[in-house]
Design a protein around this ligand. Sequence first.
Ligand SMILES: [Zn+2]
Length: 634
Amino acid sequence: MKNRTVFLLLAALFIAGNIFSQTSLYIPRNIQRAYEKGTRSFDGKPGKNYWTNSADYTIKAELVPSENKVKGHAWITYYNNSPDSLSQYVIRLYGDVFRKGNSRDFRISPDDLTDGVSIDSLTINGIGINFQSKEYRVMRTGTNLIISNFPKKIGKRDFSKIEIQWSIQIPKNTRIRMGAYSDTAFYVAYWYPQVAVYDDIDGWDRVDYNGMVEFYNDINNYDVEITVPKEVLVWATGQLQNSKELLRGDIYNKYQAAQESDEVVRIVTEEDYKSGSVTLGNENNVWKFKADKVPDFSFATAKGYLWDGASAEVDYSSGRRVFTDAVYSPEVKGWDEVAFFAKLSVEYLSHEWPGIPFPYPKITTFNGEKSGGGGMETPMMCNNGKSPSRAGQIGVTLHEIAHTYFPFYMGTNERKYAWMDEGWATFFTPELVKRLEDQGGYRSDDSQMLSFMLGNENLLPLVTPSYAAKTQGYSIMAYQQPAAAYNILRDFLGDELFRKALQEYMNLWNGKHPIPYDFFFTFDRIAGEDLSWFWKPWFFESGWADLAITSAKKTTDGYEVQVNNVGNYPVPIDLKITFDDNTEETLHKTASVWKKGEKEISISLDTEKKIKKLELDRLLGPDSNFSNNVFEIK
Ligand SMILES: [Zn+2]
């Protein structure tokens, strides 16, 4: 009996050791369990036991501009596809980020402090929730409402019905990605009670919304009605269902024409406002929207704003078009080009990078801030400021629209891995910006900032959960560092293989919840090699990039140049060679020259000419120390 136990134990250890010997990457134990359960696999494909949960939301909401208030009533059907029966519910109340006493990663105006989301009623499967119940436990902690030991569990592959009535205050002075931009211009996001994600890695996601780390959502269906006063227009996630009963005839016709138009149609102009009411209907209008398979729902409202629209063909085989519109204050100059930038962005994303047809039927770019203010994405909606330059405006338009793919289409967890979406949005942007406006101005200092910041103790290894990064290191870790890593990866794999791996990863994981290992293992499989030499330094280690030329010796055929990898991040080599006659040549070697962990490589330069100077250029990727980049030959 004893021997048998030892044998079984050894066998178990052997099996466990065996499955994890398929990778040399560090895998935290909570993530290892997903491989043991077969929800993930070492080839990067979803495991045979993979599942995700989802919900259907029916919401009736009213925006009261005079009170900066949204009141809502939601009917939620939550589908539990997991193998667990759930006795706990986690419902996110994002608006509690403004609640007195809550912790925040963002500075907010004291005038915007509230008592939190006001819940007027909540029932689960017909049982009215008693917040003081002794039978089960109701906790409001951070920005979550957690109901534990609820008598009616959600069984495996069963569903649950949640009904909730609530109201939130839209902050007047603080604008964290949403807020009030005038007395009728609102961008309303993070506004409805949302069932948190229950996944195969962590179970319920209980990470609070503190203003910094953002999306991690299941793919849901939304049917939403928004009531606003007459003359206020509404744009939202989803397709407008009742445009004909809302819009004045000539405006309705222009709105319809824009959906099929390659040229920008001015749907609502200043003249339109002068010629009378732009909406039909009563004192209050009900705007109806439907969105299928999206991870969130937001809306924007305004009175007197201009509305432009065009459309982009995203799939040549079916001829499918996507409506790309822009909404802005008449005071803001330059925004009359944004609907066009949005159309070009959608075309670029669909046909070039990542080269997957835009997954949603529409995308609205709304102008929140009238000066500065960056940009913000929600599904089918963006909330962007006025950039100081045209390049900046193109850049922010494309960046926010690129988020349609990451995190929305892909369902990545931005709360843990911001680099899995911000990094891609940053990566996709520069080529198109440069094509349209070759004047710089959009994130042109990214590479310098990255070079300067890498190796600073504020920067944690990229696989560190993003919610743990509370310093200025966060933005480098979310944006510049992963974008540089993706560029270097693209450089050494080549465009064709890189695109194939990226599209494979996206086709396998869209609508699910990929984690870093799904990305790493898919690229390993498509590349046909273990890329851990690259993943480990760039994603698992702190460090920096620094190349140095240490010597250049004359040989019979030319020169032998020694390049040292002083930093621990593998980066490509771009060598600029200046000859005696002042002519120049360049030489590029991808980061794969460091594949075996070399600290020094030698490069043979075959030439009959005399070299005067060698210089390491930083064309792709960072270099934290420029002082060792130049080598003069006497
Ligand atoms: Zn972004």
